[in-house]
Design a protein around this ligand. Sequence first.
Ligand code: ATP
Length: 353
Amino acid sequence: MTEVVIDKLGVSFGDFTALQEISLDIRSGEFITLLGPSGCGKTTLLKTIAGFVPVTSGDIRMNGQCVHRLPPEKRDTAMCFQSYALFPHLTVAENLLFGLRQAKVSVAEQKQRLQEIAGQMSLESQLNKLPAELSGGQQQRVALGRALVNRPGVMLFDEPLSNLDAKLRDSVRLEIRKLQKSLGFTAIYVTHDQSEALAMSDRMVVMNQGRIQQTGAPESVYHRPVNPFVADFVGGANILPGEVLEQQENYRYRVRTALGELWVHSEQPPVSRHAQICWRPENMQFGHAAENHLQLQVTTKTFLGNLTDFMLTSGKDDLSVRIQVQGTRQVQEGQSYAFHIPATAIHFLQEDA
Ligand code: ATP
């Protein structure tokens, strides 16, 4: 069991700053995902924890021990890559045993661990094959098994499922989560797929431009994104600038927006009199209500299977908002309809970090 503390970590490549002021306490046995757009620094952070990229400033500690000067093989980590990085000329068994042989583990122990990991990865019947003779999902399991056979305290995953088709990805991600819970290792998992991060994590870390934007449980990041970047990157959101006109008790605010005046019920106070407000498309509803009632025109209607997505406009300022409802609806593009948003579904955002 290994806890990881990252303290004000900075990483630069020459003049380019890839990571700034990264601080993160990862509990032993926790499953953390690093989520963010391409180039935001996810892989750099993972490689720095593994010891493949040197630290420019700050500190990394594992179980209280400062590790940032230790070489990768002296850290309690193993990495599972997107490309699998299997040795093509070695059999599945030889690939799985590679790390143990390097570590000069006894032959008897190698045999026992090979049997154990082959069972956990459902690879018993594949041990004598070469990687090229396996399916993508099987190769992915060999890569995972090869990392896990060394029994690391911390597993580092770099988009391990991105080469798999959607169905296989779903089942392998469940397998990884099950395995992680039963073996108890700490997992740090890089992805740019928000549904993967929402589904797998104990906590997710949303990054942009080398900085952490928000850290929290998936539900809290989804329902209470702190800033426009997180709101938009995780799930999509309606974000509007507003002017706070009045504050009442119980976190109620009257806010002027381009759509008209709206009541906002937000425990997060506005940053100033001028603040951005946000709500999720599925929290807006068709029909009249006592407050936050809007008359808007449907510009597009898109059937998404279990949901239908509508783009709406007030006809002013090219402003459009999105609503998603369960099932389908008898609604015409170009027609105007009544909508409302519960005040409790709207909250204030802070500035982007
Ligand atoms: P992706 O999802 O595309 O893999 P990422 O979030 O993992 O992206 P990183 O690979 O960590 O992003 O890269 C972060 C930034 O650091 C990028 O701008 C990249 O070009 C830069 N970078 C990464 N490694 C190096 C390096 N060795 N030398 C110079 N710049 C680098």
